[in-house]
Design a protein around this ligand. Sequence first.
Ligand SMILES: Cc1cc2nc3c(=O)[nH]c(=O)nc-3n(C[C@H](O)[C@H](O)[C@H](O)COP(=O)(O)OP(=O)(O)OC[C@H]3O[C@@H](n4cnc5c(N)ncnc54)[C@H](O)[C@@H]3O)c2cc1C
Length: 316
Amino acid sequence: MDASDLLRSSLLHLSDSSLVRSTIEKAPVSRHVVQRYVPGTDVAHAVQAAAELRATNRQVTIDYLGEDTLDAGQAAHTVDTYVGLLRALKARDLTRFGAAEVSVKLSAVGQALPKDGEKIALDNARRICEIAHEADTTVTLDMEDHTTTDSTLSILAELRKDFPETGAVLQSYLHRTEADCKDLATAGSRVRLCKGAYKEPASVAYQDAEDVDLSYVRCLKILMAGEGYPMIASHDPRLIDIARALASRHGREPDSYEFQMLYGIRPEEQTRIADRGHQMRVYIPFGEEWYGYLMRRMAERPANLAFFLRSLASKG
Ligand SMILES: Cc1cc2nc3c(=O)[nH]c(=O)nc-3n(C[C@H](O)[C@H](O)[C@H](O)COP(=O)(O)OP(=O)(O)OC[C@H]3O[C@@H](n4cnc5c(N)ncnc54)[C@H](O)[C@@H]3O)c2cc1C
């Protein structure tokens, strides 16, 4: 394990500490600093961020933060928030041709509930898909830790019977993902490929960053050669170049795949990619539950952590 792996795993552990969490959440300047990665807590903040990104030719996918719901009421609240969000996006004419869509974590809509969790999550996700369909746009199911992969893919398959446009996410750090790419590289199938953000054991996931990248390229080759619609979710310049080369090798038109990046990360590169005629979609997270999301971003990149700590120190 090298120094950055050690830092990453320490940060992921630290993010579980309730003391660290409450200290950061209560720090008076945290909100200000967090805004670089999470534009706000309400639907209005998310819609405003979407409108600003659209003005620079970027598309968006919006995630209401709230993982690991262990209460059916909370899951219902999450669904209501997505419904309100989709209607607000449509009212601002942001959903046209899927320019603004939503990303949903099944754990936030009940997947982890002890009784009938999978069924509740399916029903809730279906409701969000219905409203998205009415608003002329789509839903992508985020992928969470490996214990949920089978359940998430089976809910995806159910949803696609009525809403074939529903997007999937696959994570290149998992050993199984090449096989999943082969299964999902079918006509019309929207598949977001990312490296993966959770701490996973060696029994299921590559531990070495180089191996994760090599797996990413193998998966990308499958998706680009297939009939689906690949969504390349990465800030990694090497992988973005490889994706571009593969798209051109397979004669793909610019509207047959897209690049995706996270809100606040490499914004200049986002506009550069969009300005070069590629589709560029930005993932916007919003909501009160920003802590876990932020910690995963800090774990990925020590420079982000340094920025965060420096901002806390200088403004606190
Ligand atoms: C749109 C989107 C959706 C996602 N959805 C999911 C999901 O559903 N499930 C999941 O597990 N994960 C998801 N992720 C997170 C993903 O798995 C990775 O954890 C995250 O994207 C970091 O991986 P990376 O490919 O950017 O590469 P990294 O290895 O983190 O970074 C590679 C390189 O990118 C550049 N870079 C990265 N960050 C910066 C920065 N701040 N400034 C400048 N350069 C930078 C650097 O050159 C760096 O070396 C998603 C990511 C994106 C972009």
